[in-house]
Design a protein around this ligand. Structure first.
Ligand code: SAH
Length: 221
């Protein structure tokens, strides 16, 4: 047991995994083990910490939320993470999903537009000992050419469209998972890159905070 965990948090986490993930159909064993390991309560602000293992998103400040555990599990399972993968994550937020990914793949490059969230997530991730994570401040709609191409891309904020940079920076046969604005509401979508183009699959409705494009980036700075 690590010093940031207690008997109680370990027990709550087991319950979360069994009731919210396994009973709802999450099957990937490595994904399940990652959820058992990552101390979610460390990524939740003190004001809501007692609710960390509940079946719900929670506020993390700046109008943003840490996603509901099940939706993180579903997206990560759809990503089919492999040990050797290099993954681009858009929307670090609390850093919780970043930690889950760091447990499962070789490298996680995560872009977040709110500097305070980057700072907070970075602090927790390094405190927990994750070394295979690079956090970058910026607008993820522009991708992250510096470390591309990626085996997988995961977007944690709802996007109006699939940005060309994401398709370009994905390897052939690479996978992207994202919430996409639909006529009504949002759909969770998975794309696989085949011959330079995405083949899309629909995975049902979801609710995410919007992806915000920083129009002036690069001009004002
Ligand atoms: N998986 C995260 C979800 C955080 S919410 C978690 O569980 O904590 C989505 C995050 O995307 C927010 O922190 C928001 O600031 C960020 N975001 C929104 N638009 C963005 C953009 N264009 N580039 C980078 N990050 C963005």
């Amino acid at each position: 047991m690590m010093d940031f965990d207690s008997k109680e948090t370990i027990e709550q986490r087991k319950n979360m995994v069994e009731r919210q993930l396994i009973l709802r159909g999450i099957k990937n064993q490595r994904v399940i083990e990652a959820f058992l390991r990552v101390p979610r309560h460390m990524f939740v602000p003190p004001s809501h910490r007692d609710l960390s293992y509940q079946d719900t998103p929670l506020p993390i400040g700046y109008g943003q939320t840490i996603s509901q555990p099940y939706i993180v599990a579903l997206m990560v399972e759809l990503l089919n993470p492999q040990e050797g993968d290099e993954v681009l994550e858009i929307g670090t937020g609390s850093g919780y999903q970043t930690a889950i990914l760091a447990e499962l793949v070789k490298m996680v490059y995560s872009v977040e537009r709110i500097p305070e969230l980057i700072k907070r997530a970075g602090g927790i991730l390094s405190q927990l000992g994750y070394r295979n994570v690079v956090l970058v401040e910026g607008d993820g709609s522009k991708g992250l050419p510096r470390f591309s191409p990626y085996d997988k891309i995961i977007v944690s904020a709802c996007s109006k469209k699939i940005y060309p940079a994401w398709v370009e920076e994905l390897k052939e046969e690479g996978i992207i998972v994202l919430p996409l604005e639909a006529e009504r509401g949002q759909n969770l979508v998975r794309g696989i890159k085949r011959k330079g183009k995405l083949v899309l699959e629909d995975h049902g409705g979801c609710v995410f905070v919007p992806l915000v494009e920083d129009e002036l980036q690069g001009e004002s700075k």
